[in-house]
Design a protein around this ligand. Structure first.
Ligand SMILES: Cc1cc2nc3c(=O)[nH]c(=O)nc-3n(C[C@H](O)[C@H](O)[C@H](O)COP(=O)(O)OP(=O)(O)OC[C@H]3O[C@@H](n4cnc5c(N)ncnc54)[C@H](O)[C@@H]3O)c2cc1C
Length: 473
């Protein structure tokens, strides 16, 4: 038996790692880029600077998973950081999540009392709830009241995903956790520092996330092949099985074919919308239509500035709901590992393009200049920009439309009918997840393959287990 892995991001790499921990089954991993790590990779900028694709913290509530990932590197190769994040509202930086005190001082007693009244009204109303909320807007108004929703959640949703009344409730449920009244009060009385879902500290590998991927590569390279710069272009199906993988060398443009034997298995982490093209007529038209209908992905644009100061921000990252500023989040590599940027610092401005704010249509020059103006508006000064660069990540951020879940389930059930093929991971199963969740999915998939492959029911349970991961900001 051989395992073929399409895509060398965290999901694909957890598969190779999981294989090496459990058995000696050989693998072949195809990656179209020349570097493994997917959206969680670290890249060099000149001789002495390195940075990740946006801020990436390593944190999970799953202690077993945390231990497994930490053991990829030695103890001394991990940095541990207190989480310092803030939200920039009305020209002020508030701690994130904002405390009732900070909201009181920012908005004054009248607005604050109105927010508190709305909040308690919503809480009381929820005791008599008759129907479950369907959208982001309904859910958060229901949980936090109109005042907090309009002030905190709506502007960030508008910047990130688009119209919040047209976003599925799964988005708000996974991204905005509900503190209990007890947690709110005990935080106010300083009896506890955090809610159970909040990351107080997070881990970061010295030198960048790439260190984890390199270590996985070193541990596993004797068990399989990593084919970098090789883009998968077609998968052929016979008797309900993948029988060949066609791939193209991105330098020579030469096409190659691998025969998939009867006991081999294929895991794809490639974007779900690519599968109709790769699998051709093997995907029924009805499934293609469903993919077109529900899989909506926003483009993300990353603007990086290398500046002439060792540090610019006080925090690891700042959320910026202010609609006058082009980016929605600001972060600095130095606060993850100062040795990655030495004398300079690298600041990352994340700009989402969505239906309501179609930023992708603008030129690189315009986006860079507008991001610079955003930094000025936020009051950052006494620095100069040494270098700048922009990276576009087209179709990279899932947008959940109301009612998408049952249709997604039908799509995945239909694709799961291919007996030796499973599509998984963030892009592969249209799942809005982070790095650790992606690794959890990779480990889970390989454990299923080794121990339970014969059972379709166990796979269904595995899909359910990996369907929902709370986001811990
Ligand atoms: C700006 C930004 C900030 C983020 N911040 C965080 C954070 O703070 N915390 C966190 O946990 N997560 C964060 N994430 C999310 C995290 O990066 C992803 O969840 C994770 O990378 C998903 O892993 P994956 O392997 O499923 O998919 P990907 O990382 O997308 O990997 C898929 C791989 O498939 C390859 N591929 C695609 N098409 C082909 C083809 N035809 N042939 C061969 N290979 C192909 C791609 O090149 C890619 O390497 C962030 C992401 C971004 C972009």
């Amino acid at each position: 038996m051989k395992v073929y892995i399409l895509g060398g991001g965290p999901t694909g790499l957890a598969i190779t790692h999981g294989l090496s921990e459990n058995c000696d089954i050989k693998f072949v991993l195809f990656e179209s880029e020349f570097l493994i790590g997917g959206m969680s990779k670290t890249i060099s900028w000149g001789k002495d600077s390195r940075h990740d694709f946006g801020p990436h913290k390593i944190f999970t509530l799953d202690k077993g998973l945390m231990k497994r990932v930490k053991e990829i590197l030695s103890e001394k190769e991990w940095l541990i950081h207190p989480k310092q994040s803030s939200i920039y509202i009305q020209k002020h930086f508030l701690p994130y999540p904002p405390s009732p005190f900070s909201l009181f001082f920012l908005y004054g007693p009248l607005v604050f009392v109105s927010m508190v009244k709305d909040y308690f009204y919503a809480r009381v109303k929820s005791l008599f709830k008759t129907k479950s909320p369907n959208t982001f807007e309904e859910d958060l108004t229901f949980r936090f009241g109109k005042g907090l929703y309009e002030t905190l959640f709506k502007p960030i949703a508008l910047k990130l995903w688009g119209n919040p009344s047209k976003l599925d409730v799964k988005l708000s449920k996974s991204r905005v956790q509900n503190p209990t009244l007890f947690e709110i009060i005990s935080k106010l009385l300083k009896m506890r520092k955090t809610s159970h879902f909040e990351a107080l500290n997070f881990y970061y590998p010295k030198g960048g996330l790439q260190r984890v991927w390199e270590a996985i590569y070193e541990k596993t390279k004797r068990q399989g092949e990593y084919l970098l710069g090789q883009e998968v272009t077609s998968l052929s199906i016979k008797d309900n099985r993948v029988v060949t993988i066609l791939y193209k060398d991105r330098i020579t443009n030469k096409e190659n074919e691998i025969i998939v034997n009867s006991d081999d298995f294929v895991f794809s982490t490639l974007p779900l919308p690519l599968l109709p093209k790769l699998l051709g007529d093997a995907v029924p038209d009805a499934t293609k239509e469903k993919i077109n209908k529900i899989v909506q992905l926003n483009d993300l644009i990353l603007v990086f500035f290398k500046i002439n100061k060792p540090s610019l921000l006080n925090e690891c990252w700042v959320f910026v709901p202010d609609l006058e500023i082009v980016f929605h989040r600001l972060s600095e590599q130095e606060s993850f590992d100062p040795e990655m940027t030495l004398e300079n610092s690298i600041v990352c401005c994340e700009i989402m393009s969505n239906e309501m704010r179609p930023m992708s249509q603008y030129s690189d020059e315009w986006l860079i200049e507008t991001a610079k103006k955003g930094l000025e508006k936020m009051g950052y000064k006494d620095f100069s920009i040494i270098e700048q660069k922009l990276i576009r990540l087209p179709a990279s951020y899932p947008v959940f439309q109301p009612g998408f879940e049952p249709i997604l389930k039908e799509i995945l059930d239909e694709l799961d009918r291919f007996s030796n093929f499973r599509t998984i991971g963030r892009q592969g199963s249209f799942n809005y997840i982070g790095t650790m969740d992606a690794m959890d999915i990779g480990y889970g998939a390989i454990e299923w393959l080794i121990n339970e492959k014969a059972s379709g029911e166990v796979w269904k349970k595995e899909r359910e287990r990996t369907n929902y991961y709370p986001v811990l900001d």
